[in-house]
Design a protein around this ligand. Sequence first.
Ligand code: ATR
Length: 289
Amino acid sequence: MTDALPDRYAVAGHPVEHSQSPFIHAEFARQTGQSIAYGRLLCPLDGFAATVRAFAADRSAGTVRGCNVTVPFKFEAFELAARRTPRAELAQAANTLRFDADEAGGWLADNTDGIGLVRDIERNAGLSLAGRRVLLLGAGGAAAGTLGPLLQARPAALVVANRTRAKAESLVARHLALACDVALSACTPAEAGAGFDVVINATASSLQGAEIPVDARVLAPGALALDMMYGPAAQGFLAWAEAHGALGRDGLGMLVEQAAEAFFLWRGVRPATAPVLAALRARLAAKAP
Ligand code: ATR
């Protein structure tokens, strides 16, 4: 039937008006010929589950198949699902829900943030993580979503450094079984040591406009220093990286790659990410003051 309504998706969060996900998924759909409509779902802070359930039940404009989930609901999304992928279990947070019918097992929660980060580093930035020394700054939701896939990329060492040391320790403890031959450890930023090949800022420091949470000696010459933020929020970290001989990278590539993995979970088709990342960079540059 050519006039069938598109399948529907949305990004659920608070706030959501800034989200680039509708643009990214519209580009993926155009490129792959998939018939989808992707919108924004603003959820009240105390009403995530009710809002998402009502969205999923809405049959007025096509079947609702799933949603992405952003701050601050990734933990609630994980709780809401009947089933979880292993990487969501490790993160204990979900950024993607697929609304499978009860007969098919019920809602599935996934977390595509970590694989998105790894693909951005390895494919888009062209740096293989295997055998490298990696420093992950932060131990909140953003860091938790990425630690499992980072370990699976088999760096030589992975240090999780957080202002509150106990949080880094408990995140590391949860991932020890996955570490195998990776030297995985937890510390504070001051204890992190020096000379990492890859430094990833998963703290909220950039969002707050706060100081860079670690000393520049953590950067090996030519290191890749990636902040999960993008736009003006990431500029301080990128400038710091470049002032200390590192290659700065923002979180836009990760954003596009995590979206591609969600698109694959929903549609079974892998979109090409490079043209969408280029289009997104151009779009944001055109909007910049
Ligand atoms: P998110 O889901 O974005 O990760 P979160 O779970 O609140 O948010 O975690 C925020 C992370 O940023 C934490 O690791 C936090 O450190 P603490 O565990 O010590 O609170 C870290 N963070 C926030 N502000 C920071 C700052 N100004 N400097 C360094 N780390 C900061």
